[in-house]
Ligand binder design. Structure first.
Ligand code: PLP
Length: 440
């Protein structure tokens, strides 16, 4: 049978690994390129053929402090000599405590307790269980589109690609309200992004959704910026309205900061850009600097469940906590939030200029270094430019820029937050060259 490749035929070494992978690895994952990773440092990644790429994907918004960050590597190496894992759910240990004490200095004061885990989905599962425990209610409200993970609780909240939920029901009792995807308004309106009329429509739908829970809604789950669905930024007033609805119906507001957190938007938590406080916050991805780590944060009042109500084996793992402390300290030392804001503004300006030049760019959006570019076949009909997006992803990778898709026809730009202006321009030049070819 003829082998199928995503972009151009990969090199010999890559092909050999891809072949082995296809024999033994679950085929359920979506590989965007025939790219076989060899090593990474800072903002660069090398494939197994020895080619170097500028990384605007940061291993899916994980490498905020840069790949193989020297401080993170050193902390893990030092911890390796002392112990790898100490069974934190059963035995006290100082390192996880130190990690949480460090983390709590980065977040609003009311968040003063944490549950530790290993991934984004687990940090969302903990939020679901905690909200249900605290409120003694079981129904949940989430948004459409949204992505919160792939285990059964978080998958119940997720509403992104149909294949992710196919054959998996029954799910938890979750009701979905429309997320303000203003470029493709589900109400067919064309108001300004932050317009009152637009926000009122969404809040009206949200109230209708929560009322349908008949007083049983434990929580509203919100991505402050919808990541996987296309890096969609909601209007500020909408996020404030969600907080008000949660309060009105005695439900908790749980924000999923797995992708948007850790200074990606300039603020440590993306929700801080909207002037809103969440009751429970889920973090993961960038927080471990590359090691698997998740944290669910809440106030002591909310996180007051008794022993046995929730635990795991690897939460508080020593290597993860050592990496996590070094990651947080590095973010602070290098002022990565400020850099994300500064470089993000520069990139957005250039992307908006590109939007004016190339008709296949329908929308440019984002905050800090969490930016989405949505491609269309036609500016007027806004028909999603699915094939155009694919070609741009492939062309960019062939020219040495790694990017990832998001949503139906958008590309996400989520580089390491250590990116310099020169590196940002280099990546945008490659992206523009690829867009130019496809725009013809
Ligand atoms: C917002 C959000 N929540 C949850 C998850 C799930 O994280 P994980 O893949 O670590 O389980 C993701 C992953 O992309 C995410 O973007």
């Amino acid at each position: 049978m003829k082998e199928k490749f995503i972009c151009k035929k990969p090199g010999k070494k890559s092909f050999a690994v891809i072949r082995r992978d296809r024999k033994v690895i679950s085929p359920s994952m979506t590989r965007e390129f025939d790219f076989v990773w060899q090593k990474a440092k800072g903002v660069y990644v090398w494939d197994i053929e020895g080619n170097r790429y500028l990384d605007f994907a940061a291993a899916v918004a994980v490498a905020n402090v840069g790949h193989t960050n020297p401080d993170v590597v050193k902390a893990i190496q030092q911890q390796l000599k002392k112990g790898l894992h100490a069974g934190f759910p059963d035995f006290y240990n100082e390192l996880p405590v130190k990690f949480v004490e460090t983390l709590l200095k980065f977040v609003p004061k009311h968040l003063n307790r944490a549950f530790l885990s290993n991934s984004g989905t687990e940090s969302v599962e903990a939020a679901i269980k905690l909200a249900r425990w605290h409120t003694k209610k079981s129904a949940l409200v989430a948004f459409s589109p949204s992505f919160h993970g792939r285990t059964m609780g978080s998958l119940s909240l997720t509403d992104a690609m149909p294949i992710q939920k196919e054959r998996q029901g029954p799910f938890l009792d979750v009701r979905h309200a429309p997320y303000p995807y203003c470029y493709r308004c589900p109400f067919g309106k064309q108001h300004e992004h932050d317009s009152k009329e637009c926000v009122n429509d969404y809040i009206y739908e949200l109230e209708k959704t929560i009322r349908a829970c008949k007083g049983n809604a434990a929580a509203i789950f919100l991505e402050p910026i919808a990541g996987e669905p296309g890096y969609i930024v909601p209007p500020k007033e909408f996020v404030k309205g969600v907080r008000e609805v949660a309060d009105k119906y005695n439900a908790l507001l749980c924000t999923d900061e797995v992708q948007s957190g850790c200074y990606r938007t300039g603020k440590f938590l993306a929700i801080e850009n909207f002037g809103v406080k969440a009751d429970i916050v889920s973090l993961s991805k960038a927080i471990g600097g590359g090691v698997p780590l998740g944290a669910t944060l809440a106030s002591q009042k909310i996180m007051s469940w008794p022993p046995g109500a929730h635990a795991n084996t690897f939460g508080g793992n020593l290597l993860a906590c050592a990496g996590g402390i070094a990651t947080l300290n590095y973010m602070k030392k290098r002022k990565l939030g400020e850099n994300a804001k500064k470089i993000g503004m520069h990139m957005k300006k250039r992307l908006i200029e590109m939007k004016d030049k190339y008709k296949i760019i329908g929308d440019v959006r984002g905050i800090g270094l969490m930016m989405g570019v949505e491609f269309v076949k036609d500016e007027k009909t806004k028909k999603p430019g699915v094939a155009e997006r694919k070609k741009i992803l492939c062309k960019s990778s062939e020219k040495g820029l790694l990017l990832l898709p998001a949503g139906k026809s958008a590309i996400r730009l989520s580089p390491p937050l250590i990116l310099t202006k020169a590196e940002a321009d280099l990546g945008l030049d490659i992206l523009e060259d690829s867009i130019k070819v496809v725009n013809r």
